[in-house]
Design a protein around this ligand. Sequence first.
Ligand SMILES: Cc1cc2nc3c(=O)[nH]c(=O)nc-3n(C[C@H](O)[C@H](O)[C@H](O)COP(=O)(O)OP(=O)(O)OC[C@H]3O[C@@H](n4cnc5c(N)ncnc54)[C@H](O)[C@@H]3O)c2cc1C
Length: 399
Amino acid sequence: MAEPGSPAEVLIVGGGVAALETMMALRDLAGDRVRVTLVAREPDFVYRAMAVAEPFGLGEAQRYPLRRIVEDFGAELVQAGVAALDASARRVVLRSGDMLRYDTVVLAPGARMLPAFDDALTFGGPESGPAMRALLDELEQGAVRRIAFVAPTVAGWTLPLYELALLTARHATTKHLQLELALVTPEQRPLALFGERPSAAVAQLLAAAGIAFIGASHVEVGEGEFWLVPGGRTLDVERLVALPLVRGPELEGVPAELEFGFVPVDRHGRVDGLDGVYAAGDATSFPVKQGGLAAQQADAVAEHVAARHGAQVEPSPFRPVLRGLLFAGGAERYMRAAEQGEGAAAARPLWWPPTKIAGRYLAPYLYEREAASVPGPAPEGFRDLEVLLDTPDAAPVGD
Ligand SMILES: Cc1cc2nc3c(=O)[nH]c(=O)nc-3n(C[C@H](O)[C@H](O)[C@H](O)COP(=O)(O)OP(=O)(O)OC[C@H]3O[C@@H](n4cnc5c(N)ncnc54)[C@H](O)[C@@H]3O)c2cc1C
């Protein structure tokens, strides 16, 4: 641990949602008790949640230089990839072989994404935007007419698939194209995780757009054909657009669950069996890989770390509240899952600021940086920047 009176060294591995939210929360909660260093492989934070809009020319996955964000919060940036954790010596090992010492380390390297099918367009990484754009060109030329949007598994985050399907349908309408679109998913109902009401609202959107919903199903590929499982029915499409499979980060010295390699943590983000080691976000064993949840995990970690280094904070455990903004190019839906009950869906914001990635610190920070979207005060009825309306179920779709 740090010498009495000197700040504790906190290393945060990653430059995404969980890493930034942890850094911002720590600055607020622990102040000068900690010296924070972010170790990130890439120079920019990428707002991936808007990647779906890019191929359609309706928005972009904006990039924010990490250096500026880190400076704004009085932290330091080391731009490097982390190769391993040496927890017994309290050091992380960089790919260059250099070591960085810590009192506390927070691992937020995200998940690895792997293609689920050889012959599908996998939407997730940086190349997927141009690939999707090329597919739209083929649609416009009449070379392709039938597409299935496929979620290979429910582990991960399926909302972008719905957005891609709806945006493709919208594109077809604009360009007067006759397409046959289907969405195939292991979910029983559209975005079932949000509860009945949001699911019904999404089902309505799909039906209105002419997209066939095929739930409780997987796709298998063989001899150039696509099959639905269970049932064995042929899926009569020319192309698949699929979400990736998500896997744990593969960092040497970091515990990993057997099946998919995610980092096992408790509700405060403490990594099983390692003192002073925390993890947050998509890299952890929590099955839903979503930015808002990554931010909530990061907040729980930051509270525990702040208390560990002497701040007067009562750490509260991670209690997931799912908020999702479905972007459909003009038919947006704000959705919130309820712990009990039906959840809520509305055409107007159910949280503030009304960003796609809802995080207590990150969302207001990014929102305020966007000159074009200066938010002004939160509308009446919002208690603060993070908390939702108390009675969201009262908000009907379409108001
Ligand atoms: C197409 C798409 C759409 C999405 N839409 C939404 C949405 O609408 N709303 C929502 O809430 N979520 C959405 N998500 C999910 C959201 O983007 C993720 O859940 C979120 O980014 C997870 O944050 P994270 O910090 O855990 O990981 P990431 O954001 O993946 O960040 C990981 C960071 O760690 C860095 N890193 C990785 N390995 C190392 C290493 N060894 N050393 C150093 N640095 C490393 C990476 O460069 C990166 O900066 C979407 C995701 C995708 C792909």
